[in-house]
Design a protein around this ligand. Sequence first.
Ligand SMILES: Nc1nc2c(ncn2[C@@H]2O[C@H](COP(=O)(O)OP(=O)(O)O)[C@@H](O)[C@H]2O)c(=O)[nH]1
Ligand SMILES: [Mg+2]
Length: 372
Amino acid sequence: MKIVIIIPTYNERANIGPLLDALQGQFATIEHDMHVLVVDDDSPDGTQDAVRDRMRSMSNLELITGEKQGLGSAYIRGMTHVLRTGSADAVFEMDADFSHKSEDVPRLIAALESGADFVIGSRYVGGGTIPPDWGFLRRMNSRLGNLVARYLAGIYRVKDCTAGFRAIRTSLLSRIDLTDLRVQGYAFQIALLYEAVIRKAKIVEVPVDFIERREGQSKLGLDDILEFLQSALWLRFRSSTTFIKFGIVGSSGVLVNLGAFSLLLLLGMNKYVASAIAIELSIVWNFFLNNAWTFRWRSKHDHFHLRGLKFNAVSFLTLGVSFGTFTSLSLTFPDLSPYLSQLAGIVPAALLNYFLNSYWTFKDQPAGSVHR
Ligand SMILES: Nc1nc2c(ncn2[C@@H]2O[C@H](COP(=O)(O)OP(=O)(O)O)[C@@H](O)[C@H]2O)c(=O)[nH]1
Ligand SMILES: [Mg+2]
């Protein structure tokens, strides 16, 4: 295979030279045709001089430059360059600051060889680590970013969505319109991963140790964090066919709930009993539609009978939440319209119902991972 390691740099003068040396040493142990492409955003610190210096001895090293637009823009330019100019089989994403170990490159390549399209050097699968001296805030920051990517953007099959150490087959990359990703900064990582997920790429997480950067400072800025959140929201909307379907089913469930409730009240039934029956009816209705329609295309993780058990548990819980809300509102405000109390119970119950059913009952098959 011809493999190009793309390294974006901004003010990495102190790191890039030694990293290129380390990679070159590592390449000696790899039987593939290994190349490096540094994408530097006109770093004022002379990063390019350090790269040009190594280019004299490394014939497999290339440098492209440009204005500083962000990490994502740099990767998009680098990947587009590789796709346009070479016959590479795969590219790597790798940081210049020694956070990613050159020694791990062969293990990511091994995953490509085993058939993966998209390999992630993952900190959050068994055997992967983050620096032990990271304080609470750094840990939380990293964890939160991943939570947002997994549960807001909907990439929950992958444990480390924000990792910047990856190996990607160009056959997958060339199917993605990189210029259409519309991300400039670190949000690129989730935007690209999302494109791979919806193309049903074979994604494999390989455990790695993430090392604290050797020299210089992190370039992650507030702009990146804001763009990341915006991007996650945008992906949520794009992947919202499931959510929209769930919403349609849920709305029909509200009609069933309120319809049954009115009918039972008209029949003179006690309002508490009527509320419970109406809730139960709508839950059963929702389940059948969600199972047959909303989550039909998931390669479901659990066997059918386990899904059934889980659904029952979710039903009891949401019934409890809905009926509990109805009862406490009715008891606290005896004059309140029973319809309002019933409606107030439906809202939290519906949200909880979606969350638990999507991420638990109808859970998608997780991405593959390998052991160390
Ligand atoms: N070309 C380019 N590289 C960048 C930019 N921002 C960050 N990088 C590089 O991306 C890699 C990861 O950045 P870093 O600041 O270490 O991020 P962190 O590890 O999340 O703190 C490093 O090699 C940076 O030099 C940018 O705007 N342009
Ligand atoms: Mg770093």
